[in-house]
Ligand binder design. Structure first.
Ligand code: BGC
Length: 737
């Protein structure tokens, strides 16, 4: 039941916060911070000055309200989720209710049974190269979080895919700071427009899971600013996330959550970030973290002690620096809550519109699918096929999802949940390979009702080959589970799936492989199959999305947001650091590639990847022409794209600098997705580069420096395709952060 008073929704009998003034504790005139004509800063200042020290201390630490952690009582108004910070009823400050994460409202290891829309992996979203879709994706997860009573979503993961074996790459947006930062900013904007604070995480350089709490990421200042930090910087500028989550690892010495350089010097000073820094769960090691710039301790029962409880109280009582810091900490929290509308639009429990949200999930899955090979044009499949073999990947029941805190389960739960075999963590579904109940097999059957469609599990390659032999086409689904807290040891497909593909391909030349992976994988069989489609973890509507793309009702318009290496020895670190067992002890990871992550590393070393960053085929063909680029203060360009094929299609026009006086050999400087281009039609796109992409970070000058000179600008269909190039002359420039 809800009534509306003073423009504020008050929910009775639900989880939504009841503002104290509305409940009678405080008259509106006594809560001047509720005047919506004031800025978030003014409102935060007013409310902050009304807080007692005791109240301030309440706001700066919170627990993980999970029955699995019996050591602490779970507050009555908390629900199973990642985080909870009690409110201050006297002043109408709502409890902070935090949920994971970037792919929808999380399942919390199976403790939540209310169901949510599982969005495709954010890596799939990144493959769409579509900022508008990223915004929509954010609105879905933000809206569902709000309707479930949450006011903070632990979304916004933007760590760069420095290593294709990183178990969480599926939760991030690829290897390029411009692509990842732009799309992340849009997701965050979408979330926060639903009056739910979004985090951006994991700040910073939490670029592998192996030894994530022990490793020290070693990287030079310029390299850091030009890569991982640039992704954060761009996303923060666009999305204005209310909170930044600092990560588990150390960065050049100190832990990220007590890293004054990262938190104070860069985030809060150089970038003038006004929100709050919350820790990752179990990432706080000292009360001094407060002085380094940490504002809130999350999941406190996971830390050695509740540092922002009694130790902070003692420090505040005796040390003015801590007392001042505490005021700033709460001010930052309140400012973000006001800025995002948490006070004015508290969550109201209500049923999400799962159908509409599922439609967005399906669009993301379709737009993110990347056609890797199709030399004979077998795809799209003909709907008049008579016998179709569907093989492997549990595609009879569903599609794979990635594991860990971001795991979402739809209404009714997963179709299949397979324990991965791990001693790690607790006895929840954290380390299980879960399949969303959206079966490609059933969707394919529905797509071609007149055809005989048979399924074979794939455990026995000989049985799969036998089915393939008596079919017109064989569709082989191969999966690779990835999840938080563990990386994959290598780039191979697990469980003998390479042998399965080989056997099927030998039995039927019309073999199509559909990959459901959390990142790049090797494909020793790729020249023996007729087509390869990367579907990533395609979310709760993955089944129909895959069927539509296979049969041409939708087009595979995704482009790779990560390079697919040909072999692990081509990587900057052929062996994953810490994978030799040293992850029991602190160890360094030398990011010797610096800012040359992914395709830039390959370009710098003259190495050909299996499939390059930015690559993806279409069911039609495009040609680029009439490039006109100009230099000066930045690069601006126009270029036209024509659909030269026979079907309507969508392209992504990518622009790179491919030479010049900057430190990297190649950098993406802009792109535009061109949707729904009819055969013969031409569209002209205009791009303007962010000058930081033409600059190098100069630590002595403490600025971005563009060196005067000639820069080569190229446009093409991937980081390896300089279809058109033109030199431009740039003027020298110094850009302060
Ligand atoms: C993860 C975060 C997550 C948090 C709360 C941590 O282990 O690294 O991404 O938001 O748990 O579940």
């Amino acid at each position: 039941m809800s009534i509306c008073r003073l423009g504020i929704l008050i929910v009775v009998g639900g989880l939504a916060a009841v503002p104290a003034w509305a409940a009678g504790a405080l008259a509106p005139t006594e809560s001047p911070w509720m005047d919506p004509s004031l800025s978030p800063d003014q409102r935060a200042d007013r409310l902050n000055s009304a807080l007692t020290t005791e109240e301030r201390l309440t706001l700066v630490h919170g627990l993980m309200p999970l029955p699995a952690f019996h050591s602490v009582p779970i507050p009555a108004d908390a629900q199973p989720s990642a985080g909870y910070v009690p409110g201050i009823p006297r002043l109408g400050i709502p409890a902070i209710r935090e949920t994971d994460a970037g792919l929808g409202v999380a399942y919390v290891g199976g403790l939540r049974h209310d169901g949510a829309t599982p969005m495709p992996s954010t890596l799939a979203l990144a493959s769409s190269w579509d900022p508008h879709l990223a915004y929509q994706d954010g609105t879905v997860i933000g809206q569902e979080a709000w309707r479930k009573g949450f006011n903070v979503l632990l979304a916004g993961g933007v760590n760069l895919a420095r290593d294709p074996r990183n178990g969480r790459n599926f939760e991030y947006l690829g290897e390029d700071p411009l692509l990842a930062g732009t799309l992340d900013g849009e997701v965050i904007r979408g979330v926060q427009d639903q009056h739910v604070v979004s985090t951006i995480k994991h700040y910073a350089v939490n670029d592998q899971e192996t030894g994530r709490t022990l490793l020290n990421a070693k990287i030079g200042e310029a390299a850091l600013r030009e890569s991982d930090l640039l992704a954060f910087e761009l996303a923060i500028e666009d999305g204005h996330p209310g909170a930044v989550m600092c990560s588990y690892n150390r960065v050049n010495g100190p832990y990220a959550c007590e890293n004054k350089h990262l938190l104070q010097d860069i985030l809060k000073t150089d970038w003038r970030y006004p929100g709050w820094v919350m820790s990752d769960w179990g990432a706080v090691h000292s009360v001094e973290s407060a002085l380094a710039g940490l504002d809130q301790e999350s999941g406190e029962q996971l830390d050695g002690q509740i540092f922002f409880g009694s130790p902070l109280k003692t420090a505040v009582a005796s040390n003015r620096d801590y007392a001042n810091r505490l005021k700033d900490m709460t001010r930052r929290i309140l400012r973000s809550l006001f800025a995002v509308g948490v006070f004015d639009h508290p969550p109201v429990e209500s049923e999400p519109d799962f159908r509409a949200d599922g439609d967005v999930a399906e669009t993301v899955a379709e737009h993110g699918m990347v056609l890797l090979s199709n030399p004979r044009g077998l795809l799209p499949l003909s709907k008049s096929l008579k016998r179709i073999a569907v093989i492997g990947g549990h595609s009879d029941v569903g599609v794979l999802s990635g594991g860990g805190s971001s795991q979402v389960a739809p209404v009714g739960g997963p179709a299949l949940s397979i324990p991965i075999g791990s001693e790690y963590l607790w006895d929840l579904d954290f380390v299980r390979a879960m399949y969303h109940p959206s079966s490609p097999f059933r969707a394919i059957k529905a797509m071609v009702p007149q055809a005989e469609v048979h399924y074979e599990g794939g455990s026995y390659p000989s049985a799969a080959a036998a089915l393939a032999r008596r079919s017109d086409v064989a569709l082989v689904f191969v999966t690779k589970w990835m999840g938080e807290s563990r990386d994959t040891p290598d780039l191979t497909l697990p469980d003998g799936q390479d042998a399965l593909v080989e056997a099927v391909a030998a039995a039927n030349p019309n073999t199509v492989v559909i990959l459901e992976t959390g990142g790049p994988t090797l494909m020793p069989w790729r020249n023996k199959v007729a087509a390869v489609l990367e579907a990533w973890y395609p979310g709760g509507r993955g089944g129909p999305a895959i069927a539509k793309v296979l049969f041409g009702d939708a087009e595979p318009s995704g482009r790779l947001p990560v390079s697919f290496p040909a072999q692990a020895t081509d990587l900057a670190r052929p062996v994953l650091p810490g994978s030799d067992g040293q992850s029991e002890h602190p160890f360094d990871v030398e990011y010797r590639e610096g800012a040359d992550v992914g395709y830039r590393w390959f370009a710098a070393n003259g190495v050909k990847p299996l499939y390059p960053f930015g690559y993806g085929l279409s069911y039609t063909a495009f040609s680029l022409h009439d490039l006109r680029a100009e230099g000066g203060k930045t690069v601006t360009l126009t270029v036209s794209v024509t659909n030269t094929g026979k079907r309507i299609g969508s392209d992504v026009v990518e622009a790179y600098v491919t030479g010049g006086p900057m430190s990297s050999k190649r950098r993406l400087i802009g792109w535009q997705r061109v949707d729904g281009l009819n055969p013969g039609d031409t569209r002209t796109v205009s791009l303007t580069a962010d000058p930081r992409l033409l600059a190098d970070w100069d630590d002595t000058a403490h600025a971005w420096t563009v060196r005067a000179g000639t820069f080569q600008v190229s446009v093409g269909a991937s980081s390896e395709d300089d279809a058109l190039s033109q030199p431009v002359t740039m003027a020298a420039a110094t850009l302060r952060p």
